[in-house]
Write a protein of this length. Structure first.
Length: 404
C-alpha cells in the first residue's frame, strides 16, 4: 500500500481540498474518492512503503497461486450460499485483517460498483492469472460463474499437484546433500586439525591425499573468515538469482541442453497447455480464442512460439491434429485423439484426456527418478564422508605396519 496526496473538489462545500489517502494503486485511490462523490483534480504518490518500492523495481505484483486459489474458494463458497458477487467480495474485504489485507477485494468491489464486470475488474488490476480472467469471462457468458471457478480450481489443483511432485522429489536429495556437506565441514574444521599435529612429523609418509586434506583443513583454520565469507557470498548470490529470475533461466538452459530432461519438460508443458485449452473450450471459447489466451501458459519463449505456430497453421486451414504436431505440441497418440475429437464433438473431453495422459507420464518420470537419484546421492555422500575418514586413518595404518 502507498500514500497519495490528492487535490479534489468537495462538491457539498464547493471548495478545493487536499488530503492524504492510502491505496494499492493510483486507480484504486481515485476510484475510492470518486465513489464518495469527490471530483479528483490531481493525485500523486506521497510516500511509498518498502513493499511498494520493491514492487516498483520488480514490476507489477501478481498474486501468488495459493492466494488466487484461496480467493476463488472463498468466493465460490459465498456464491453458492446465495450472495451476489458484490456482496461476496464485500464480505471477504471486511473479513481481511487490517486495511492492506482488504486491498484486492476492495479494489474489485470499487470496479464492480462502477459497472465493470468481474472479469474486466480482474483484468484491470493486473494481478490475476489470464486463465482465471478468461474462465470468469466464460462463466459470465453462460451465467454460471460457480462452474467457471470450479473449472479453474481443478486446473490449478492439477498444476499444483505436478509442481508439488517435483518439489517433494527434490527435497529429500537436497536434505541429504546439505547434511553431507555439514558433516564434511565438521570433519575439516574440527576433526582433521587434531590429526594435523600428529601427522606433522610424518612429512611425505602421510600420503598425497592425506596431505591435501590436512592442507585444506589448516587453511580453513588459518582463515576463519573464509568459510563464512563464502557462505555469505553464496547466500547473496542465491537471493539475487531468485530475485531476478536467473535461476529459472539457468534451470531452463540445463533442461534444454540435456536431451532426456528436455523431453520430460516438454511433457510437463504439454500437460499445462492442453489442460488450459480444455478449460477454456469447455467454457465456451473457440479453439482459436483458447490458443490466444493460453499463450502465456508456457514458461519459456519457445513454448509460446509453439502455440503461435499452431494457431497460425489453423488459421491457414490446416486441421488441428496436423497443426499441433507441426508445432511440437502433440505426439502420435495425441494426434489420433485430436482427430477423433474433431469427428465426434465434445472437443474439451479429448483435450482433458490428452492433458491427463501427459500429466501421468510426467508423474511416472518423477517417481522413477526419485527411486534412482535418492540411493545414488546417499552413496555419494557416504563415499565423501567415509573417504575423508579413511584418509585420516591411513597414516595410522602405515605407522602400525612399520612398527610390526
Amino acid at each position: 500500500m502507498a500514500q497519495y496526496r490528492v487535490r479534489y473538489v468537495d462538491v457539498p462545500a464547493n471548495a478545493v481540498r487536499e488530503s492524504m489517502v492510502v491505496g494499492s494503486s493510483v486507480a484504486a485511490a481515485r476510484s475510492a474518492l470518486e465513489a464518495d462523490g469527490r471530483i479528483v483534480l490531481e493525485i500523486e504518490v506521497a510516500r511509498r512503503s518498502l513493499a511498494s518500492l520493491l514492487q516498483g523495481i520488480r514490476g507489477p505484483e501478481r498474486l501468488k497461486p495459493r492466494e488466487v486459489a484461496l480467493l476463488c474458494h472463498e468466493l465460490r463458497t459465498l456464491l453458492v450460499a446465495g450472495l451476489s458477487v458484490v456482496e461476496a467480495l464485500e464480505a471477504l474485504a471486511q473479513a481481511q485483517p487490517g486495511e492492506g489485507g482488504a486491498g484486492i477485494h476492495g479494489d474489485l468491489v470499487d470496479r464492480l460498483r462502477q459497472g465493470r464486470s468481474l472479469s474486466a475488474a480482474m483484468s484491470d488490476l493486473g494481478c490475476f492469472p489470464a486463465l482465471l480472467v478468461a474462465a470468469v469471462q466464460a462463466g459470465e457468458r453462460t451465467s454460471n460463474l460457480v462452474d467457471a471457478i470450479d473449472t479453474y480450481l481443478r486446473h490449478d489443483e492439477l498444476m499444483g499437484q505436478l509442481k508439488r511432485r517435483v518439489v517433494s522429489a527434490a527435497l529429500y536429495p537436497a536434505i541429504v546433500v546439505s547434511l553431507g556437506l555439514l558433516v564434511s565441514l565438521f570433519l575439516l574444521i574440527v576433526v582433521v586439525p587434531r590429526f594435523a599435529a600428529l601427522y606433522g612429523e610424518l612429512g611425505e609418509g602421510a600420503g598425497a591425499a592425506t596431505r591435501m586434506l590436512l592442507s585444506a583443513s589448516l587453511a580453513l583454520r588459518a582463515h576463519p573468515l573464509l568459510l563464512p565469507g563464502l557462505l555469505a557470498f553464496a547466500a547473496v548470490g542465491i537471493v539475487v538469482a531468485t530475485w531476478n529470475g536467473w535461476w529459472r533461466a539457468a534451470a531452463a538452459w540445463i533442461v534444454g541442453e540435456v536431451g532426456w530432461l528436455r523431453v520430460q519438460a516438454l511433457r510437463f508443458e504439454r500437460a499445462r497447455v492442453f489442460h488450459a485449452l480444455a478449460m477454456l473450450v469447455q467454457g465456451g471459447y473457440t479453439l482459436h480464442e483458447a490458443l490466444s489466451l493460453s499463450a502465456g501458459v508456457p514458461a519459456g519463449a519457445e513454448g509460446r512460439l509453439r502455440i503461435r505456430q499452431a494457431q497460425a497453421s489453423i488459421e491457414q486451414g490446416a486441421d488441428v491434429a496436423t497443426s499441433f504436431a507441426a508445432a511440437g505440441l502433440a505426439d502420435v497418440v495425441a494426434q489420433r485423439l485430436l482427430r477423433a475429437g474433431d469427428r465426434g464433438g465434445e472437443f474439451h473431453r479429448v483435450l482433458h484426456a490428452i492433458a491427463s495422459r501427459y500429466a501421468a507420464d510426467f508423474q511416472t518420470f518423477i517417481e522413477r527418478m526419485t527411486r534412482i537419484v535418492e540411493p545414488v546421492l546417499l552413496l555419494c555422500v557416504a563415499l565423501l564422508v567415509g573417504g575423508m575418514v579413511v584418509l585420516l586413518y591411513m597414516p595410522i595404518f602405515d605407522i602400525a605396519a612399520a612398527v610390526r
